[in-house]
Design a protein around this ligand. Structure first.
Ligand SMILES: Cc1cc2nc3c(=O)[nH]c(=O)nc-3n(C[C@H](O)[C@H](O)[C@H](O)COP(=O)(O)OP(=O)(O)OC[C@H]3O[C@@H](n4cnc5c(N)ncnc54)[C@H](O)[C@@H]3O)c2cc1C
Length: 474
């Protein structure tokens, strides 16, 4: 046969095929954003927390000029406005929110107020001193949440009696014990709770132990949003709701346009748009929006609560990668979130049609934790968007051709506390006070690259499937 394949020929063909595939993939990766423009979608918040209604402001009715324009009326945007004006009260600051403040993750989350260390929640980096600094900053920031809300006249139901990471497996106990020992040597106030103490605290015998952090806690997410909104307005910010920004023309003075055709000119722009950020044309290759689910029970009778035995009332999350997290509200409702998260092709933001199976899985997990709740249905279920980065770490900083675009994002489901620390950092960077923060690892860091479709979809599905199997999540 004339077409006999020699070793050299085979290698040559393989090299050509590999190079061709790589070139094709690169072209597809480059062309994909042009072929598949991302659609901004702002669906109403159906969460339990949204039953608490913050008075809504009018939309922007005329063109305006500002020193700082902030897109997004969640914790990041509202706290950035507050801190910019605390730094310089005379400046003009506008917040532009597509729907109502708290319509995004800030009004839909799992209510846990968590401390953290360098690159993510309680995982040590190579620099213990930096870990401790960040832990202390996040503890201090929880104090700020209390002060800011109460001075704005809003009781955001902040309880800071601590929170637990509960361990599901013997491996998690072993790793947790070693971790806590190291943490205590470094000056962290964490405690290891054994199986019995954990059961006495949360009422479930499913867990083999726990890490207790005395400085974390819980909050009413929408009331916290109200606190930040009232505080920002109290120092002079103008907050416009039902005002989606549809285009951004960057410059030394930015020009933003809203769906209502209004123009905003501003010298500085803050992107406080979380999982929606890529829709504004930024961070498309940084943030992956994931759909996360929560269910909440009706208020439990005193007798049922006693039988469950969640005596400490401490919020807790488990030791899986795709964590389950639970809280008990002041009016005795139990909420559970986590486990399954979903990615929609092309970073789709619209609510998914398969939510019911996610809520059914949450219900099954709730009954596994508290068998006494068999037969009880959730009163409300909802989903929200989490802004994941591939390395599970957040980022805050400055970008743009003119160095006047600021951002805080990539909270990966741990933003209730961190967002407003980032609001403070954004305000300082905007004023040129970089030296206060530039040693922190998440300031102006370059997050890992997320490829475009279809590679993103394939990569995220693969990663989620890996975590589901590792965590034994249905
Ligand atoms: C289900 C769920 C559970 C969570 N649980 C916890 C938890 O227990 N503890 C914890 O610490 N963290 C938790 N998080 C994460 C936390 O809620 C977020 O990190 C935090 O709320 C992010 O706040 P933000 O202000 O950056 O974003 P968001 O609150 O999402 O605000 C962004 C806002 O920008 C607006 N916007 C976007 N684009 C535009 C535009 N073009 N024009 C105008 N407005 C725009 C959106 O409408 C939105 O209101 C959870 C998140 C979810 C979704």
């Amino acid at each position: 046969m004339s077409g006999k394949l020699t070793r050299r020929g085979f290698l040559k063909k393989t090299a050509v095929a590999t190079a061709g595939t790589a070139a094709g993939a690169a072209v597809l990766n480059y062309a994909s954003p042009h072929l598949l423009p991302e659609q901004p979608v702002f669906q109403p918040n159906r969460s339990h927390w949204a039953k608490y209604q913050i008075p809504v402001n009018p939309s922007l009715g005329e063109d305006c000029e500002a020193d700082v324009a902030i897109i997004g009326g969640g914790y990041t945007g509202l706290s950035s406005a507050y801190h910019v004006l605390r730094n310089t009260p005379s400046r003009k600051v506008v917040v532009l929110e597509a729907k109502r403040c708290g319509n995004g993750a800030s009004g839909r989350n799992g209510a846990m107020v968590l401390t953290m260390t360098a690159d993510r929640f309680i995982v040590f980096s190579a620099d213990p001193a930096m870990d401790k600094r960040i832990y202390d900053l996040t503890v201090e920031n929880i104090g700020t949440l209390r002060e800011v809300s109460s001075s704005a006249g809003i009781d955001c139901e902040l309880d800071t009696h601590g929170a637990l990471e509960v361990f599901n497996t013997p491996d998690a106990v072993e790793a947790g014990t070693a971790y806590i020992e190291k943490a205590r040597r470094l000056g962290f106030p964490f405690e290891f709770w054994d199986r019995q103490r954990t059961k006495d605290a949360v009422g479930s015998n499913r867990y083999l132990g726990a890490l207790f952090d005395p400085n974390s806690g819980q909050v009413h997410p929408m009331k916290l949003t109200h606190g930040w909104k009232a505080a920002a307005e109290g120092v002079g910010a103008r907050v416009f709701e039902n005002t989606p920004v549809v285009s951004i023309e960057e410059g030394s003075t930015h020009r933003l346009r809203t769906t209502g055709g209004r123009e905003i000119k501003a010298k500085s722009l803050v992107l406080a748009t979380n999982a929606y950020t890529s829709k504004a044309g930024h961070f498309r290759n940084t943030v992956v929006p994931l759909h996360a689910y929560i269910g909440i029970t009706p208020p439990l009778e005193e007798g049922t609560l006693n039988e469950i035995g969640w005596r400490s009332r401490l919020p807790f999350f488990d030791s899986r990668t795709l964590v389950y997290y639970l809280g008990l509200t002041r009016d005795n409702r139990i909420h559970i979130g986590g486990g399954r998260v979903d990615y929609s092709f092309n970073s789709g933001l619209a609510e998914r049609g398969d939510g019911e199976s996610a809520y059914a899985a949450l219900k099954r997990e709730l009954v596994r934790i508290f068998p006494r709740l068999a037969g009880m249905n959730f009163e409300t279920t909802w989903s929200g968007l989490v802004d994941m980065t591939p390395d599970f770490a957040p980022a805050v900083g400055r970008t743009g051709k003119h160095g006047n675009v600021y951002y805080g994002l990539g909270y990966c489901g741990h933003g209730v506390n961190l967002t407003s620390l980032f609001g403070r950092i954004i305000a300082d960077l905007e004023l040129g006070l970089d030296s206060r923060w530039d040693t922190l690892p998440f300031v102006n860091r370059t997050p890992l690259y997320v490829p475009n479709e279809p590679f993103r979809w394939l990569g995220v599905q693969g990663a989620l499937e890996y975590y589901r199997r590792a965590d034994h999540i249905e």
